[in-house]
Ligand binder design. Structure first.
Ligand code: ADP
Ligand code: ZN
Length: 605
């Protein structure tokens, strides 16, 4: 069977996504492989397919039980036998898994890195014909990554001790150049086929809002997304608690998640979310790695995170099944303070010297600045993100708040002149520059003590632009974005650039785009038949409950959407749907087609 046919037969996908084929074929040809692909890009297929097509058993090293469980469930639903070894099993159960693997019952087994060198496990692995050792979340091996896990260092030793070294594959979503080098070296990969695919996730819509009332704005957003599940990220545990309570009181099926909750509740809430028993998860960034739910329709950040790395990773949990999904950040100036506070109060690794700690702090502050820039840019948000991660991107993506938002263009030359001369004069009088919020106070003519103490009320520009705060913010954003003002991260101050003189003295006009309100077409590639979609979802839920699996393991939303549009009535037509392979066709095709037939009978048109 060629790889493309196998992809359709086992997984129901009709084409490879970027990078997948190279990695699959590399592994099949017996070469080590290393894939860096963003969340949702489809890493699992890259090693599951070779594992299915090669004699023997593949061992997948994975950091979390929940991740393993999810993968095994997914494989089982697709009719592909797999098992996990984990600490919740009794020794006899583990022996059964080993026996099953020896008898050829399983093609993949999953285990945590801590287990590799333990006696029973290692012995069992030596007795198996291991086809591959696959390392998932491979960045955990590097101390430079975000989630260093010392037991990942045992993987190399494990490989060395095996009687025969299997082909090794490593996969991760996040790796800087340094982390990539670490992965190759520490996992002892041998001349691997290496693929890094782009960071772009075209199905994600990005937007930043700076609402006066975050709660009102959030409720509005949720109201428009009644039939989707989503995550709301907050920066503190307290906000999580409060927000979750408000939402529950208002009748939303919401649950909370943060590191301060008992394990048992966290676990329960996570499961409720995975199994669609609750629709909205309100969480801190502790809710993260291992959340493999593919049908998350939106990720809303109630607070700005501390850097774009975190933001992109968290936002990226939306739309893993490739359906259109929304990533919306609700920004307020206060978020900067919170983030700063968290950076300053982070427990520094005591292994670092004072100088190194200072370097880390500076780096974190710079990342925070870039995060803030993202919130303030009036340019394309996707372009901003991709360029931050070192990729090229067109100026307009057509699927973000900036590209789709309705904007009006205003001439802001006069306020711009006032602001620029205010900054220049203050610098001249003091001999140093000030931060944004101080300039706001001066421009508004605020009588605050710190203004009077510095004698700033004597500036001729004191009180010359008494406009609402969000207007002032808008002007500053535009002036920074257009290069008339510059933010200096060292002391969080604002200063003018040489271009400012053109505005002040050479009659240069300044224009600003201001967003009116978000409005975008609800993007859906197919005309969905909503009443039918609702029925199919109910059917899916019943099947999922019967099988004790999450709904998306039966079929992801993408499949249901296509089903409701295409209304297939034959195996041949059903097979064409995305996400339908042979096993699922036989297992679920008849019931779903029956439901569609019933619907068509009731609604002849
Ligand atoms: P990752 O591990 O990279 O985050 P997954 O392996 O979980 O991503 O895949 C994400 C989603 O993409 C899954 O729903 C999967 O079924 C789907 N997928 C993977 N490969 C393809 C493909 N070639 N065509 C269509 N969908 C795919
Ligand atoms: Zn855009």
């Amino acid at each position: 069977m060629d790889t493309l046919t196998a992809l359709k037969t086992y997984f129901g996908h009709s084409a490879f996504r970027p990078g997948q084929q190279e990695l699959v074929e590399g592994l099949l040809a017996g070469r080590d492989a290393f894939g860096v692909m963003p969340t949702g890009a489809g890493k699992s297929v890259c090693y599951q397919l070779p594992a299915l097509l090669t004699p023997g058993v593949a061992l997948v090293v994975s950091p979390l039980i929940s991740l393993m469980k999810d993968q095994v469930t997914g494989l089982e639903q697709a009719g592909l036998p797999a098992a996990a070894i984990n600490s919740t099993q009794r020794p006899v159960e583990q022996q059964e898994v080993f026996a099953g693997a020896r008898s050829g019952m399983y093609k993949l087994i999953y285990a945590a890195p801590e287990r590799l060198l333990t006696g029973d496990f290692f012995k069992a692995m030596c007795e198996l014909p291991l086809s591959y050792v696959i390392v998932d979340e491979a960045h955990c091996v590097s101390q430079w990554g975000q989630d260093f896990r010392p037991s990942y260092l045992d993987i190399a030793e494990f490989l060395r001790r095996l009687p025969r070294r299997p082909v090794v594959g490593a996969f991760t979503a996040t790796a800087t150049e340094q982390v990539k080098r670490d992965i190759v070296r520490l996992l002892t990969l041998r001349d691997p086929v290496q693929v890094t695919t782009g960071f772009d996730r075209p199905n994600l819509y990005f937007e930043v809002r700076q609402p006066r009332q975050k709660l009102t704005c959030l409720l509005e957003l949720l109201e428009k997304r009644r039939d989707q599940s989503g995550i709301i990220y907050c920066s503190t545990r307290r906000t999580v608690e409060e927000l979750c309570e408000v939402l529950c009181r208002r009748g939303y099926a919401a649950a909370r998640y943060h590191a301060g909750l008992p394990d048992e509740e966290r676990h329960r809430n996570q499961e409720d979310f995975l199994y669609d028993r609750v629709r909205v998860m309100v969480a801190t960034n502790a809710f993260g790695m291992g959340i493999d739910k593919s049908n998350v329709g939106f990720v809303i950040h109630y607070n700005m995170p501390k850097d774009l790395e975190s933001y992109y990773q968290e936002a990226g949990r939306a739309g893993r099944d490739g359906s259109p999904a929304d990533c919306i950040l609700l920004f307020a100036a206060g978020d900067i303070k919170t983030a700063r506070f968290m950076i300053e109060s982070t427990d520094n690794n005591e292994k670092l010297t004072a100088a190194e700690q200072e370097k880390v702090r500076q780096r974190d502050l710079q990342r925070l600045t870039r995060m803030t820039d993202y919130c303030r840019t009036s340019g394309c948000l996707r372009a901003f993100l991709l360029r931050y991660f070192g990729e090229e991107a067109p100026d307009q993506c057509g699927n973000c708040g900036s590209c789709l938002g309705e904007t009006v263009e205003e001439d802001i030359t006069v306020p711009a002149q006032k602001i620029l001369s205010c900054v220049i004069r203050a610098e001249r009088q003091l001999g140093y520059s000030l931060g944004r919020s101080t300039y706001f106070l001066i421009l508004k003519g605020s009588g605050e003590q710190r203004i009077l103490d510095k004698g700033l009320d004597t500036l001729s520009t004191y009180g010359i632009l008494n406009e609402p705060l969000d207007r002032l913010q808008g002007y500053f954003n535009a002036l920074e974005a257009q290069g008339y003002l510059r933010y200096e991260p060292e002391h969080s101050t604002i200063t003018t650039t040489p271009a400012a003189r053109e505005v002040l003295f050479q009659g240069r006009k300044v224009r600003m785009r201001r967003r009116l309100e978000e409005h975008r077409p609800s993007a859906s590639p197919l005309p969905v038949d909503q009443p039918l979609m609702d029925r199919l979802k109910k059917l899916r839920l019943r099947l999922a409950q019967k099988g004790g699996v999450p709904a998306y393991a039966v079929f992801p939303d993408t499949t249901l959407r296509a089903m409701s549009a295409a209304k297939p009535q034959t195996d041949e037509a059903f097979r064409q749907l995305p996400g339908v392979g042979e096993t699922k066709l036989h297992r679920f095709g008849p019931v779903f087609m029956e439901e569609i037939a019933a619907y068509l009978k009731e609604n002849p048109s």
